[in-house]
Write a protein that binds this ligand. Structure first.
Ligand code: ATP
Length: 312
């Protein structure tokens, strides 16, 4: 049974936004559980930033509704006061220290002064707080951007590709920081990325967007259960086998270093598949069943769908 709507930190229904050039997003129904770390995934151009801009009221949807923390964004835009966000590079004053940058926003937003020290601690910037931001690494600037987003003690934090441009150490730092912070605070975090590996270790849930449409949404465990299997076949003659497989709806890949053929199929299909190949004059000499990894699945969901037809 799905949770009641107030159990969602973000809930959108059939969100649509089109650009004049064509692409945008359509039918995007996000369901982000409260307290989750939601990895919002998709290749470049999939529509992640567009969706995030809609969630933050920076763009207006052509169709669909948005609910944040149980409140309609359209009816109650002030719900955004409970949302912290980092979209693209943060705007910072490079000639001022990290602390000063935070203090300016703290005063503007009427937030308690103590929050500056708190967010410096959370983002592990306390030791560098009095250095000029111009001297910060990209990773430190991103963390300062997150510190700014956290000043108002949000219940929901939305980060658009925060690891973009960071080196592996910077990515690991940021990931660790977010993980600890989510664990300690219990707030909901939506973090977008074009790499599953970047969020896989910390996300409890994922939404996978491709071509403006949500291809998968659920917990990481559900994503694992959703994984498809592949069958590898060693056939003689291999060319004849590949022709038959392709003609019968099995998108068939040939090994680069060997003559094994790989297709997406389930184990229950194998006996009939062997029989059909035999009838087509092909001998199956060997076969192996492989369960696809999470990474492979991500590519399958964000690439051209290669669904194998049932063997008739
Ligand atoms: P990236 O990581 O590259 O930013 P993304 O998943 O965030 O990708 P979006 O930036 O939301 O994707 O873009 C989705 C699609 O909409 C792309 O095809 C993009 O070219 C197009 N698009 C985005 N903004 C505009 C705009 N202002 N005008 C026209 N087309 C746009």
């Amino acid at each position: 049974m799905p949770p009641a709507s107030s159990s969602w930190a973000i809930r959108t229904v059939k969100l649509r936004k089109h650009y004049r050039g064509g692409q945008g997003i359509q039918q995007v129904s996000l369901q982000v559980p409260r307290g989750s770390i939601y990895g919002f995934l998709g290749p470049n151009g999939a529509g992640k930033t567009t969706t995030i801009r809609l969630l933050l009221g920076l763009l207006q949807p052509e169709y669909g509704s948005i609910e944040l923390l149980g409140q309609s964004l359209q009816a109650r835009p002030n719900v955004l006061a409970k949302v912290g966000a980092l979209v693209e590079a943060p705007s910072l004053y490079p000639h001022l220290s990290g602390r000063r940058n935070l203090e300016i926003t703290q005063r503007l937003r009427g937030v308690a002064r103590q929050r500056v020290a708190d967010v410096l601690d959370i983002t592990r910037l306390a030791a560098a707080a009095d250095r000029r931001v111009g001297e910060y690494s990209l990773g430190m600037r991103q963390r300062l951007g997150i510190a700014l987003a956290l000043l108002g003690s949000p219940e929901l934090l939305i980060l658009d590709e925060p690891t973009n441009g960071l080196d592996p150490a910077g990515i690991a730092d940021l990931r660790q920081m977010l993980h600890k912070f989510a664990h300690d605070s219990g707030i909901t975090i939506l973090v977008s990325s074009h790499l599953l590996a970047e969020v896989e270790q910390i996300a409890t849930h994922v939404g996978i967007l491709h071509g403006g449409e949500l291809r998968f949404q659920g917990s990481i465990d559900e994503l694992r259960r959703h994984s498809t299997s592949r069958v590898r076949l060693l056939c003689s003659p291999p060319e004849q086998a590949a022709t038959w497989l392709n003609q019968n709806g099995f998108s068939c890949a040939t090994g680069t270093t060997d003559s094994w053929l790989t297709i997406a199929a389930e184990s229950r299909q194998v006996p009939r598949l062997i029989q059909h190949l035999f009838d087509a004059g092909v001998t199956v000499q060997d076969l192996a069943l492989e369960q696809s990894s999470l990474e492979t699945m991500f590519f399958e969901l964000t690439g051209d769908p290669t669904t194998a037809k049932e063997v008739a």
